[in-house]
Design a protein around this ligand. Structure first.
Ligand code: 5AD
Ligand code: SF4
Length: 461
């Protein structure tokens, strides 16, 4: 079979990273090999994100750049297909083709298992008419996973595994329920089998993914369903799987069993991304978040009871329509009370088709910018404080890849901090293993430490 080159550019969340890897797996049997640059690619896929306006606009700029490459290739008798997948594709469908006619194929997050077929149609259309306008944006989630091939290539020491997709929460600012569709959980047996295969191929650290991952309720094979806590207990039985994480979770779906799993299962890393969005009950209600600030604080307290070394991360939106200074202060109060090791924060961005986009009391851009700067300064201060407190501690670090300097390895602490060490001539032997590292210094984006020795798992202290 003729070899073809595939370039995938991934935007947005980890779910898209996982989807991109699956797309490469699906296309491998057709002779596609992935390439780092789009220049010499036969097929370019943009796997897009629609969560905020900026993310969507980036896609059109990239399509513009690709059009030039495409034309250059056509002049020399070659062909480059441009396909746009992911959430912008889902939200805009046909509209994308109208706005950017150089796109050959638009496909949504729930139809990429059909890529070979869709590409066949696009190629046929191109040959017959000189133009392809294939659009595939069906949202019926439950078929995709059954049709995906098993992973073709090792996924790396740290890898993602999608266990749940879609969302039924309908937060008033969010496009996800419209682009990813209704909530769907994969059967537990499928997840366990996929995880075992990944571990066999060398993965030791798995991050379970879902838009609403702790809403997981997969078929347990006995006529009932299993929650995320139970799933992780079963995953922990896989020999060689050293680290388990999950993201993104919703406070509403944190149940007692999940909290207990943090206490009982040493493989679950003591780091949790638990978005709160706002600290004001008035805004939380308007956002349709279905939890209060007090309930969030209580969940955090119970999680920390179960796993005292738990570090937390979160997402925040400032400037949601109607947000007053007092509402914003409530967010700042919550941040100061909870204390985060890192966090993401955004200015509210109206998304067409979501209820909040039509509200009258939009907050002026200048107020949003001011609040975001205040919030980010506090979050950065907390992050620096957390990192500084790690100096002198011994942390188990999964040494993932070579660093910039000879003999250097870079890895992740349990808290997702990047940690670099000098492994000298042992670099090759230690790559992919978990070692204890004494943290010596905080650099701008990472920590530096000294290798102590192989690590063993430590349960909740
Ligand atoms: N505007 C700003 N931020 C948003 N997010 C989701 N939708 C919007 C929006 N319309 C943020 C939320 C979410 C994260 C993935 O992106 O904080 O948790
Ligand atoms: Fe969006 Fe809310 Fe669903 Fe998260 S829980 S994906 S913010 S609708």
């Amino acid at each position: 079979m003729a070899k073809k080159r595939l370039h995938i550019k991934t935007y947005g969340c980890q779910m898209n990273v996982y989807d991109s890897a699956r797309m490469a797996d699906i296309l491998a049997p057709l002779g596609y090999e992935t390439t780092e640059a789009p220049d010499d690619a036969d097929l370019v896929i943009l796997n897009t994100c629609h969560i905020r306006e900026k993310a969507a606009e980036k896609v059109y700029s990239e399509v513009g750049r690709l059009r030039l490459l495409k034309e250059e290739k056509a002049r020399s008798g070659g062909r480059m297909l441009v396909a746009v997948g992911g959430c912008v594709a889902q939200a805009q469908g046909e509209e994308m083709m109208r706005r950017a006619p150089s796109i050959d194929l638009v496909f949504g997050p729930q139809t990429y298992h059909d890529l070979p077929d869709l590409l066949g149609r696009a190629t046929r259309d191109l040959m017959m008419t000189g133009r392809s306008r294939v659009v595939s944006v069906d949202l019926s989630t439950d078929i995709k996973f059954d049709k995906l091939p098993e992973e073709a290539a090792p996924q790396g020491v740290s890898a993602f595994l999608t266990i749940q997709e879609g969302c039924d929460k309908f937060c008033s600012f969010c496009v996800v329920p419209y682009t990813r569709g209704a909530e769907y959980s994969r059967p537990m047996a499928d997840v366990l089998a996929e995880a075992a295969r990944m571990v066999r191929l060398g993965t030791v650290d798995i991050t379970l993914l879902g838009q609403n991952v702790n809403a997981y309720h997969g078929d347990n094979g006995h006529g009932g369903t299993a929650g995320l806590g139970e799933l992780m207990r079963r995953l922990a039985d896989i020999d060689g799987l050293e680290r388990i994480r999950y993201t993104t979770s919703h406070p509403r779906d944190v149940d007692d069993d999940l909290i207990a799993a943090h206490r009982d299962v040493p493989q679950i890393m003591p780091f949790l991304h638990l978005p709160v969005q706002s600290g004001s009950d008035r805004i939380l209600t308007a956002m349709n978040r279905r939890h209060t600030a007090a309930r969030y604080r209580d969940i955090v307290a119970r999680l920390r009871d179960a796993r005292p070394d738990l570090a937390l991360s979160s997402d925040f939106i400032v400037g949601y329509p109607g947000e007053t200074d007092a509402d914003f202060q409530a967010t700042m109060d919550l941040v100061r009370d909870v204390r985060y090791s890192m966090a993401y924060s955004f200015k509210y961005s109206p998304r067409p088709g979501t209820p909040a986009a039509d509200l009258d009391d939009q907050v002026p851009e200048s107020v949003k910018s001011e609040r975001l700067a205040i919030l980010q300064a506090e979050l950065l201060r907390q992050q620096e404080e957390f990192n500084a407190a790690c100096v002198g501690r011994i942390l188990p670090v999964l040494l993932e890849r070579d660093g910039r300097h000879p003999g250097q390895l870079v890895g992740r602490s349990p808290y997702m901090q990047a940690v670099s060490v000098d492994a000298g001539s042992a670099q090759g032997d230690l790559r992919g293993t978990i070692h204890n590292v004494e943290i010596g210094a905080v650099l701008s984006n990472s920590l530096r430490g000294r290798l102590i020795g192989p690590a063993t798992l430590v349960a909740a202290q």
